[in-house]
Design a protein around this ligand. Structure first.
Ligand SMILES: [Zn+2]
Length: 199
């Protein structure tokens, strides 16, 4: 019942920062091309190593810095910097919440004030850190990341080909249905899905 009531009164303001809400309501309509060779290399490497570790990205970039030293490709980015660049360029960002390290629940909505999982009783916090600081430092044992679908859809609309792909059902006269699906998906993903995840 608590979840039903929370869903009824859910709003963007509860879960998202004002900066994120601003991006949802006023998405950029285009993105200037990135021409810097180092940045282009960093983005390409980051995307190519999608399933590899952060260490793999750093090793490839370090090798490239050595090999291409003096060639004009000076601006090869760190892992953290390339993630920030991509997020800023596309407008697609993630929202993080604490979660049970056994993946039972996310500590949101009715669970947001709990210190332990109501299902498996695992602590929400890194206990070693918590004990070592006499309860002062509460660091989540695990985080759950949501990549907001509305920002992904908005980014896809920048590009003519991906925008056409997303509107393909219009060819069959189902645009109304598809538009509604996007609206509902966006709403649920941005606000409620975070809350009901594994609940
Ligand atoms: Zn649990």
């Amino acid at each position: 019942m608590q979840f039903i009531l929370a869903l009824k009164k859910a709003s963007l303001n509860e879960e998202l920062t004002s900066d994120t809400i601003e991006k949802i309501w006023n998405p950029p309509s285009h993105a200037d091309p990135i021409n810097d060779p180092g940045m282009c290399f960093s983005i390409s490497t980051y995307l190519a190593l999608e399933n590899a570790s952060q260490l793999a990205y750093n090793c490839v970039c370090q090798a490239a810095r050595t090999i291409f030293s003096g060639s004009g490709m000076n601006n090869i980015l760190t892992f953290h910097s390339v993630e920030k660049l991509i997020a800023s360029y596309t407008g697609v960002i993630s929202v993080e919440h604490d979660m049970c390290c056994n993946t039972c629940i996310a500590f949101t909505s009715p669970f947001s004030q709990l210190n332990a999982c109501p299902i498996c009783n695992m602590s929400r916090w890194k206990e070693e850190r918590l004990q070592g600081t006499h309860g002062r430092s509460k660091i989540a044992a695990q985080m759950f990341m949501t990549i907001l679908i509305s920002l992904q859809l908005q980014a896809l609309y920048w590009n003519k080909d991906s925008a056409n792909d997303m509107d393909y059902l219009h060819q069959g006269g189902l645009k109304c249905w598809y538009s509604q699906l996007i609206m509902v998906s966006s709403y649920l993903s941005d606000m409620n899905w975070i809350m009901v995840y594994k609940a």
